[in-house]
Design a protein around this ligand. Sequence first.
Ligand code: ADP
Length: 258
Amino acid sequence: MEEQLRQSQKMEAVGQLAGGVAHDFNNILTVIAGYANMLMMDLPALGNEVRLAEQIAIATERAAELTKGLLAFSRKQPMAPQKLDLGEIVQRVETFLTRVIGEDIQLKTHLLPDSLPVWVDMGQIEQVLINLAANARDAMENGGTFTIATGLFEDDSLSAFCGPAGSYAVIIVSDNGKGMPAEISKRIFEPFFTTKEVGKGTGLGMAIVYGIVQQHRGYITVDSKPGDGTVFSIYLPLAADCAEMYQEPAVDQEPEMG
Ligand code: ADP
């Protein structure tokens, strides 16, 4: 828990800094991209110059992708929480996830038949699953299985963030890819930490996942073994434990006097 707190403070500081830079940088990139496109239109179509202008446009686009990731990571996006069943959430994004992982990887789901109501921002949870799926795909270059399971977890030893009961809906996402040693797995939530080659990874995917899970008052753990694969467990407080946090404001308020 202390580690989670330390990590979240670090994320907040980096997030604020990165967000400020990313915003200004994005404006500059828009100008560069605009001029590169104008050049491409003005230059003779077959010349060498037009190809150079094209390279500028491509590089700018890549930089814009990076700043987009930075903004997503740093922005404390306002949550639009809804009470949803965890199993239903998984079912809703399943088709999209199969596209993310590609044809060589099989998606399997093991969903608890009981309902697991949680307060979540659907878009943000989708983002979490997409980021995890993209990493799983990269870890299984020769194909494999990407599994999503749901479960219920009761732990009184952990002080629950939302209520005293400590009941969590758990979503367990695993792959049987290349896995990672401890010195890597302990760093994956750090912003900009990546083991991928330039242009392939920004090192922001897992930092975004971490931020979103935290905003939902949950927590995430990772268990990985080189050569075997990786398991991420995301714990989200059950809706009942968070009732007072997300309660709608009372409508039958006393009329204001005076
Ligand atoms: P990126 O994917 O851009 O590198 P992430 O923050 O998403 O950034 O991931 C950071 C690093 O964590 C990756 O570069 C990779 O080394 C490691 N990683 C994340 N998920 C997995 C996984 N499922 N299997 C193996 N390594 C992983």
